[in-house]
Design a protein around this ligand. Structure first.
Ligand code: MEV
Length: 427
């Protein structure tokens, strides 16, 4: 267990180089890794092997959310995102969770679903029983395609068969449940689904069409809960406001989409940093939110008997720490090193905790001062820095611009020159 603390007060006030130096020490990064982070380097060679028709590269900011305490362990969280305030909000949510012990996270086994679609089966319900009867044969065939995964304790573990009545007639759907261990597992599942398709067709009759993983990874769940102290949150009214916001999301899909979007701000930023398939995660999360036939928040919020706030989150997270871009992208490898996660399940637990922190921070801001003030503060700091402010002057220039309600570079330079007499020269 790490003895290092992720609680780094005023991390945001440091320069990029100062922050990098802290992260370097924390995660024991090599000179080369530091250089890779600094430059955002990805060789044309690697890029050209990742996707087709490559003509260039596009860099994104790579940031660190601080303060995360998850299952008693400290984590620095790498986040890649273009939207301001998300990293600050995650760090803020995590700081508030620390007081009452941080996040308590858990996860299920990393089971993915591979679907094989049989169309026009002559006798769908009989086919279903025959497929179930020959389950072992089908699983053995699937597993023969991935001895490495099987050797690691993963592989096809179970089989479900359902009959669907569609507007194109009855279909039999075979679902392979595959333990993907530390891989996201899309490739492994697709390979197995394709491998068993001819046997499935022989048993069921009819014709196999699709053979593909389902992104609704409802057997691969990550969960987290945390208690937030009422005084830290800003008292009883702040808690009532957060609960009102939650009730709004439960009752209204228009609000719920935004509620869940805020959660995914954090989850997807970690997915991007670690080279995971964020479209799969996004699709799975929203489908899971609608699984009861009604689109619901991925989090729940309630008051504890002591009057504190308790939040929970549960969502499917098909993520890996081996294979795909998690390995081929040099920055993704560094992100995993900074996180120090050993397994895909641990990564999923961290991501669920980040989602919960993100949601808490958003709801608290929305239910109290609104989110624009925080945005404005960050924006004003950036403008102050662009105007040449350094050290304590950054906050002072930013504070005055926010107070005046004028956040512009010319005003930042004026304030800076009033404060130092040097604003125009340094701007
Ligand atoms: C903005 O990216 C996310 C929020 O809209 C989330 C929410 O409304 O809960 C602030």
């Amino acid at each position: 267990m790490s003895t290092k603390s992720s609680r780094i007060p005023e991390f945001y006030k440091l320069s990029v180089e100062e922050r990098l130096s802290i992260v370097r020490k924390y995660a024991d990064l090599t000179d080369e890794e530091v250089e890779t982070l600094r430059s955002g380097r990805l060789s044309y060679d690697i890029a050209d092997r990742m996707i087709e028709n490559v003509v260039g590269l596009m860099a994104m900011p790579f940031a660190i959310a601080t303060n995360f305490l998850i299952n008693g362990r400290d984590y620095l969280i790498p986040m890649v995102i273009e939207e301001p305030s998300v990293v600050a909000a995650a760090s803020n949510g995590a700081r508030m969770a620390r007081v009452k012990g941080g996040f308590h996270a858990s996860s299920t086994e990393p089971i993915m679903i591979g679907q094989i679609q049989v169309v026009r089966p002559p006798n769908p319900y009989k086919a279903r029983l025959e497929l179930l009867q020959r389950k072992d044969e089908i699983l053995d065939l699937a597993n023969s395609r991935d001895p490495v995964l099987v050797g690691l304790g993963g592989g096809a573990k179970d089989l479900r068969v359902k009959v669907l009545e569609t507007f194109r007639g009855s279909m039999v759907i075979v679902e392979l449940l595959v333990d993907c261990r530390d891989a996201a597992g899309m490739n492994a599942v697709n390979t197995m689904a394709e491998a068993v398709a001819p046997l499935v067709e022989r048993i069921a009759g009819g014709r196999v069409r699709l053979r593909i993983v389902s992104n609704l990874a409802s057997y691969r769940l990550a969960r987290a809960w945390a208690i937030f102290d009422k005084d830290i949150l800003g008292g009883e009214d702040a808690i009532e406001g957060i609960l009102d916001a939650y009730a709004f999301a439960v009752a209204d899909p228009y609000r719920c989409a935004t509620h869940n979007k805020g959660i995914m701000n954090g989850v997807i930023a970690v997915a991007l940093a670690t080279g995971n398939d964020h479209r799969a995660i996004e699709a799975g999360a929203h489908a899971y939110a609608a699984m009861d036939g009604r689109y619901k928040p991925l989090t729940t919020w309630d008051k504890t008997p002591d009057g504190d706030l308790i939040g929970t989150i549960e969502l499917p997270l098909a993520v890996g720490v081996v294979g795909g871009a998690t390995r081929s992208h040099p920055t993704a490898r560094i992100a995993l090193k900074i996180l120090g996660v050993k397994t895909a399940r641990e990564l999923a637990e961290v991501m669920a905790s980040v989602g919960l922190a993100q949601n808490l921070a958003a709801l608290r801001a929305l239910a109290t001062e609104g989110i624009q003030r925080g945005h404005m503060k960050l924006h004003a700091r950036n403008i102050a820095i662009a105007a040449g402010a350094t050290g304590d002057l950054i906050d002072e220039v930013a504070r005055r611009m926010v107070e005046e309600g004028v956040i512009r570079i010319d005003r930042a330079k004026e304030i800076l020159s009033e404060l130092t007499g040097m604003g125009r020269e340094t701007g």
